[in-house]
Unconditional design. Structure first.
Length: 114
C-alpha cells in the first residue's frame, strides 16, 4: 500500500505560480513512477506530468514549458512547479504513484483567476 498526500493548491491570478507537493508513505520502495493528473469540472481526468525512477519526464502539450515535475527521493516527495498559470489550468490536481497498483492522493484544488 502507498499513501499520497498533496499540498500547495490555492487561488492565484493568471500569470502567477504555484508549487504542488506530494508526500508518499507506505510501500514506497515499490513505486516505479509518479505523476500529476488534473480534473476540471465536467471534464475527464488528464495526465499533466510524470517522472520515473530514473528521472525521465513526460509533460502534456498543454503544460510544456510552463510546468516542471521533480522528485526528492530522500524526502519521498514529488513536486509540480507551475508557472505562467492560465485560467484553463483550473482543476483539482491529483498525485499518482504506480507501484504494485495505481495509487491516488485526495487531490488539491488549483484555481486560476483571469
Amino acid at each position: 500500500q502507498v499513501q499520497l498526500v498533496e499540498s500547495g493548491g490555492g487561488l492565484v491570478q493568471a500569470g502567477g505560480s504555484l508549487r504542488l507537493s506530494c508526500a508518499a508513505s507506505g510501500s514506497i520502495f515499490r513505486i516505479t513512477r509518479m505523476g500529476w493528473h488534473r480534473q476540471a469540472p465536467g471534464k475527464q481526468r488528464e495526465l499533466v506530468a510524470r517522472i520515473t525512477n530514473d528521472l525521465s519526464t513526460y509533460y502534456a502539450d498543454s503544460v510544456k514549458g510552463r510546468f516542471t515535475i521533480s522528485r526528492d527521493n530522500a524526502k519521498n516527495k514529488v513536486y509540480l512547479q507551475m508557472n505562467s498559470l492560465k485560467p484553463d489550468d483550473t482543476a483539482v490536481y491529483y498525485c499518482n504513484a504506480l507501484a504494485t497498483d495505481n495509487y491516488w492522493g485526495q487531490g488539491t484544488q488549483v484555481t486560476v483567476s483571469s
